[in-house]
Design a protein around this ligand. Structure first.
Ligand SMILES: Nc1ncnc2c1ncn2[C@@H]1O[C@H](COP(=O)(O)OP(=O)(O)O)[C@@H](O)[C@H]1O
Ligand SMILES: [Mg+2]
Length: 353
């Protein structure tokens, strides 16, 4: 890991295992509405942490507090051990931000946008973003900028696979290409911490994979990443730990394995005939199955959540096969399926409703 300006080698950087992001009891109100209702999590250095959740769960709001755009109503947040509002200036040099809604100046080319951003981020003033409310410093003369593309700009564009678009006007980019440009801007200053709010929304599957590689490479280089996403596959692929949020609260939190283990395993099969009812079937691990009748048969599904995740399907199968043998029945198309992140997600949303 390279030491960066302003980082004490004997301090946070050398400690290695410290939490780069700390959120404790965070609450955030908008008028009468409480968008974030007591959220706590930590992200150790060099990890990728994913915030998943329904629309309006409070993911972007949580990010905005960490980014220092808005003070927390209650609770504590620390980024690199610093208060995002009080130490905004220092954090600006060490943090990269990709907002959910990037806003660009459509008449600029891709390269000009990166150059403009570089100029702004080196300006030393308050945090600037290119989102809807951007105000450009009066002294910044766009027209006077050189049309050529310098190495650092090109490097950032190559990183995200946008080099062939350097001279394309931003308004002519697709949604996914604009997201790539957002990412190029976020990583331009080689940040220690990256906040990525829905980084791959609007991308085709190929662009998404390219972006995952970029994020993985940054992590391999020591960058700590907090991301939000609606793509469960993305969280599974990238995140060492994740949280599932719903209506301002975190409902599940842990490694992908831990979260998935809580979602339960499914044992499913089909029995000939449509005369079966609950009472005829064994309960497995205290669980009764759901039955659906179709095409002259009965589809039986058990969802097992008890015991150790590693052993629960094994434990369930013996009594089930014994039951079938005793009755001379065949468990047609017997299948055991491990729980998925999607199951965990749906469980959170389902339980709360
Ligand atoms: N500036 C605001 N004023 C009032 N309500 C807001 C504001 N920003 C967000 N909200 C509300 O807060 C909730 C959480 O929003 P947000 O953090 O954007 O959710 P997510 O990113 O998880 O979809 C939503 O109900 C949203 O409508
Ligand atoms: Mg959001």
């Amino acid at each position: 890991m390279t030491l960066r300006q302003g980082v004490d080698a004997t301090g946070t950087e050398a400690a290695g295992l410290d939490n780069v992001i700390e959120v404790g009891g965070l609450r955030q109100r908008y008028g009468d509405f409480e968008a974030v209702r007591g959220v706590s999590f930590t992200v150790p250095r060099g990890e990728i942490f994913a915030l998943l959740g329904t629309n309006g769960a409070g993911k972007t709001t949580t990010m905005e507090v960490l980014e220092g755009f808005t003070p927390a109503t209650d609770g504590t947040v620390r980024v690199l051990g610093l208060d995002p509002i009080r130490h905004r200036r220092e954090l600006r040099l060490r943090v990269g931000i990709m907002l959910q809604e990037g806003g660009f100046l459509g008449d600029l080319t891709v390269a000009e946008t990166v150059d403009l951003w570089k100029g702004l981020s080196e300006d030393g003033g308050r945090p600037v973003t290119l989102s809807g409310t951007t105000t450009l410093p009066g002294s910044f003369n766009l027209m006077g900028r050189v049309r050529g593309v310098d190495r650092r700009t090109m490097g950032a564009l190559e990183l995200v696979g946008l080099e062939s678009k350097a001279r394309t006007k931003v308004r002519q980019l697709s949604g996914g290409q604009k997201r790539k440009l957002d990412l190029a801007l976020a990583v331009l200053s080689a940040p220690e911490v990256l906040f990525l709010d829905e980084p791959t929304t609007g991308m085709d599957p190929e662009a998404r994979r390219t972006t995952w590689k970029v994020i993985e490479n940054l992590r391999a280089g020591g960058t700590t990443v907090l991301l939000t996403t609606h793509y469960l596959e993305e969280a599974e692929r990238l995140a060492s730990r994740l949280a599932i949020m719903h209506e301002g609260r975190i409902h599940t939190y842990g490694t992908v394995e831990e979260v998935v283990a809580g979602s339960g395993d499914t044992v499913a099969f089909r029995l000939a005939g449509v005369t079966w009812s609950f009472g005829d079937l064994p309960s497995l691990d205290g669980t009764v199955p759901t039955l659906t009748y179709a095409g002259g048969g009965t589809e039986v599904t058990y969802t097992l959540t008890g015991g150790r995740a590693e052993a629960r399907a094994h434990a369930a199968l013996r009594p089930l096969l014994k039951w079938a043998d005793e009755r001379g029945e065949t468990l047609e198309r017997l299948a055991v399926r491990r729980g998925t992140l999607e199951d965990a997600f749906m469980r959170v949303v389902g339980e709360v409703r």
